[in-house]
Design a protein around this ligand. Sequence first.
Ligand SMILES: [Zn+2]
Length: 236
Amino acid sequence: MKKVLKKLCELQAVDSDIAAFRIKLIEIPKKEQTSDENVKRAEEIVQDIDAELRKKEIFRETTERETREARMSLSKHNTQLLMAKTNREYSALLKEIEEEQKSIEKAEEETITNIMEMEELSKKLEKRKKELEEIKRKEKAERENLSKMRKQLEMEIEQKSAERQQIATHISASYLTTYERIRKGRGNAVVTVKDGMCTGCNTLLPPQFITLVRNGRKIYTCEQCGRILVWHEDVE
Ligand SMILES: [Zn+2]
């Protein structure tokens, strides 16, 4: 019976390994998604700055065109001013000229601000583009790494599953069923008896019962947690 208990312990160790590998495998798609999101976020930042820059460019073009038109109109009105025949005509033209000059000044100021803002944005864009390239490089390496990890884990699960099958051939079906049932409910099915306790639930066990477990002539389970008990020295 001790041999069976030993095999059950081996089975449990392999099952724990498989479970740990599976958890790691499940985490991979999440990590891949995070990696994609990192790239996407950096791309969006670049796109946003680019769009802002284009808006400023359109604004500048419009302002320049309007200024050109205002200058032409101003020069026309200046000529008309020289030929004004009445005072009313003269003062009306003068008023228009004044407004045109004001709007030209305002447009020139706006153009200066606009150029400065565009320079600032261009610098920002270059910086963010470099950052994006860096992030793309880093995340590409991360994806390759994750892909390698996936293959490795799949291979290890396959190997461990084969190992599990091999171990299971040494255990009778009824013990296997018991093992599976306890494992499903408790996480681990086989625990050691050490320092007078079941190490699965830390319940103190009667000395006579411990002697029975230690002799290992049959399979004993903990009355408290239902796990299969093995004498710790048998598996250490
Ligand atoms: Zn217990």
